[in-house]
Ligand binder design. Sequence first.
Ligand code: ARG
Length: 492
Amino acid sequence: MSDHDNQPSDNQPNDNQLGEQTLWHGRFEGGPAAELMPFTESLSFDKRLWPDDIEGSRAHVRGLAESQIISVIERDAVLAALGMVAAELGSGTFVFVESDEDIHTAIERRVTEIAGSAGGKLHTGRSRNDQSATGVRLWLKRDLAVIAQRVVALQTVLLQRAEEAGDVYLPGYTHLQRAQPVLLAHHLLAHGWALGRDLDRIRDTLVRVDVSVLGAGALAGSSLPLDPVYTGDLLGFAGVFENSLDAVGSRDHIAEALFDLTMIAINLSRIGEEWVLWTTEEFGFARLDDGYATGSSMLPQKKNPDIAELARGKAGRIIGDLTGFLATMKGLPLSYNRDYQEDKEPLFDAMDQVRLGLGALTGMISTATFDTARMQAAADSETGSATDLAEWLVIRGVPFREAHAIVGALVRAALAGDGSLRDLVTAHPQLGPDAAALVAPGVSVTRRTTRGGAGPGPVADQIVRFRAALAAWSVRVGTTPGASPGSVAAPT
Ligand code: ARG
């Protein structure tokens, strides 16, 4: 029990009620039923917002003093109490009580215990509606920045591995059928560019997240002389809400952040699927470091790519976080509805899983060994040069459709056992020994010479451009491209 000695005690709890007073007890004759709190509480998951709630409260109480709604003495008493509460929460000594419905309630309760009547003024002109929405925005700004840093760490590893790969090539696939050889560097950087778009999306989303909604009150602003611009500035927001109903009654920025996280999760899932294939005995393109693989409880020989599989598996759950929350928002009338409390679990889950997944995949890729001989042998199947043969004919004036038919017929003959493609090309009147040289191992990939293509020339240019882009992305997210993937601190 906390001692609410400055509050009326006319609503005594009965057997089926909580033993604590709620924030709204004045309007109620009886206390909440025992079944209410377990269903409606959010403390179990919004606890992590405590640093943001403290920060928001500090700004609010300064604003109250600035507007002379409370005295400087009261302001300082509340600020000191907030400091003590922060210390308790930070050290794990904070004692939660039964009536602490959410982190906002818990902090206000404790501030009031410490600061007495000054603490009772903290919530002046404020609602949990603008308070919690402000807290989540502060949290999102910080945590999306961590995600962005981890994306850069993964891109950095992809670039390092691409640079190391030199002229190593592997089959490029369409329909998961071998199509044309591509440089390994080209393949790795394909993921790097996709992750760059994820970073761009996060930056765009942050523009809409970076808006203070403190001062919107429950839904309509206040009769008190509050200044939302003053508190928004104190909190470091780039902008301030224009419409109080919209401020507390919209969550599109959260849906957007969830989409950004989901898209990253999907990109990680696709990388994961590739590594699941690459580490099979059938492909054998890569071997995982022991630290990034798992064994089987029964099969002694097994080395399993569980990180890659979970990158794939967790994407399903994160898609659920996004679609579930979109469904929550659908049909909600203005402005705040308690349904919005349901924004937090999907958001926190998606954020946590994407953060962990980025770290795990980055480590897995940076420590894996490529079997370049296996990759190149797979790419050296003769038919991988079929398009080069057709284009060789095109340069000599043969219409492409005709060239396609000529080479297709030779591939069919080779597959039917009439001889190797190379021999058939050598013997063909329109092709001959010069064309047959294209079928030799390693030649085809060198013929991808156009901008953005898969051969050594354009890939060298691409690496230069990717390095420059990565430097720009790194500056934007406040990290250095060379930083080790583990150097990004995980938030609590
Ligand atoms: N925990 C709640 C949330 O996250 C706080 C808002 C409660 N507001 C209210 N009017 N009951 O949305």
